[in-house]
Design a protein around this ligand. Structure first.
Ligand SMILES: [Zn+2]
Length: 460
């Protein structure tokens, strides 16, 4: 007996519908790794070419102010999968691991009768950090290095869709990696953003390693930064195209309208913003503001734009609600009522243990990295955003008047900074539970994992 029929026999008809098709929607969750919101045309960025994300947003709901909970892959995916802040789930730069005690979205949906499948192009989103806990099947797409990851992943998804005989609703999670450094989109995609007379050597130079920015700045020709941005656009356009192809595959099989589709990112990327590259050490909006579009089944609410601040934790709550699952966490269902404009937005970046491991030893001890060897947390409420540093260096911005966070107001508006600090402390008191399960010992590492993580490590 198949699952749908079994459920009907068990008397779950009201929840499921017994017409053969499950009443609960399929869930398709796409993460564009390392993709900042302001590089999509739906967010008003004139130079972007992202028609597929824009079309998804137009046929569903676009969230104009969506934020990651961290500027790094592991804590952000952990929030997406648990509905918890990093201060609670404990997956961060130090632990580099999601403790097994947390209930994940894949587990909750799996228990509720969903088939759960992950296609991951980022080795961190896998066993190594325990982020795929609960998925029945994990396709480690990152094990096949080289160009065309997103297209290859879609091919694998297509094979899976066509071989599928399961009658359960599915939870399909996909992580596309292209916008992560290095920015080496296929030539045809680069041609849409970079003039043909820009040489290969020049493109290579503009692709300088993120680590070089911090330790060998003299080697970098900063006049190449606009070219670096264009190479990044080409990567964003590549994953946008992949989203379009994925949605077409669903449409062709009559699955799109039966699905809740979410497209989001885990964090943004610095391209010279606030004098940074990559997405380490900071919690500026260049790394926290992410694209988010949600298409409810059947395209309900098409064309809605929502302006209240939302977070990855809310995405978790939204998927859980659509699947009819009651879920833990701090998030709210984004397809229910509008949320307050002054709801708090939390960002966290722990001591950068994982990232600095890629630096040569003398650099780790040197003066240029010293300012970044600390824990930072950000709290945004209304127009104000505090970035609290464990070393006592705090920053305060009016993100409405100064969205690029260039004027630190901490000395000018100490009362505002203090009030946000008190609020952050209250959140820590309420949600900052300790990790009770230690990560597994780091002994032998799968050589493929090691190679892949090194490739993401910004080392040329
Ligand atoms: Zn990431």
């Amino acid at each position: 007996m198949r699952w749908g029929e079994a459920a009907c026999v068990l008397g779950l008809a009201a929840a499921l519908g017994c017409s053969g098709a499950p009443a609960r929607p399929h869930v398709v969750m796409v993460v564009f790794d390392t993709t900042r919101a302001d590089h999509f045309s739906a967010y008003g960025y004139a130079e972007a070419k992202t028609p597929h994300f824009d079309a998804l947003a137009a046929s569903g709901v676009l969230f104009e102010n969506a934020f990651a909970t961290s500027s790094w892959t592991v804590p952000s995916h952990a929030s997406l999968f648990t509905g918890l802040y990093p201060m609670t789930h404990g997956a961060n730069q130090v632990s580099q691991y999601l403790a097994g005690e947390h209930e994940t979205l894949a587990e909750l949906l799996g228990d509720a009768g969903y088939e759960t499948v992950a296609f991951s192009n980022n080795a961190w989103v896998g066993d190594r950090a325990n982020l795929t806990q609960g998925f029945e099947n994990v396709a480690e797409a990152w094990r096949l290095p080289g160009p065309g990851q997103a297209a290859r992943t879609n091919k694998a998804i297509e094979l899976w869709l066509d071989a599928r005989q399961d009658e359960r609703p599915f939870f399909l999670f996909v992580n596309y990696i292209e916008p992560h450094w290095p920015y080496d989109a296929p030539a045809s995609m680069q041609a849409r953003f970079v003039s043909a007379d820009v040489s290969k050597a020049e493109r290579g130079e503009a692709n300088f390693g993120v680590i070089d920015w911090y330790i060998d700045r003299d080697s970098i020709d900063e006049s190449l930064l606009p070219l670096r941005q264009r190479l990044y656009h080409a990567e964003v356009a590549t994953v946008d195209q992949a989203l379009g192809n994925l949605l077409r595959m669903l449409r062709d099989r009559g699955l799109e309208d039966a699905s809740l589709v979410v497209a989001v990112s885990d964090h943004g990327e610095n391209l010279g913003d606030n004098d940074h590259q990559g997405h380490s050490f900071v919690l500026y909006d260049s790394t926290l503001r992410v694209p988010l579009a949600i298409r409810p089944p059947g395209g309900a609410g098409a064309g809605t734009r929502r302006s209240e601040p939302v977070q990855l934790t809310d995405v978790f709550a939204t998927v859980a609600a659509a699947a009819g699952v009651s879920a833990p966490g701090v998030g709210s269902d984004l397809l229910a009522a509008a949320l307050p404009q002054d709801r708090p937005v939390v960002g966290e970046y722990y001591y950068p243990k994982q990232f600095i491991a890629y630096f040569p030893e003398e650099a780790r001890k040197g003066a240029s990295l010293a300012p970044y060897l600390r824990l930072i947390r950000s709290l945004r409420v209304g127009p104000h955003k505090l970035i609290w540093g464990s070393d006592g260096r705090h920053e305060l911005y009016d993100v409405v008047a100064d969205p690029r966070e260039t004027r630190n107001l901490v000395a000018d508006e100490p009362e505002v900074a203090k009030a946000l600090e008190r609020r952050l402390n209250a959140l820590l008191e309420e949600h900052g539970t300790a990790l009770t399960e230690l990560p597994p010992p780091r002994g032998e590492m799968d050589p493929d994992v090691e190679r892949s993580l090194r490739e993401l490590g910004y080392v040329r």
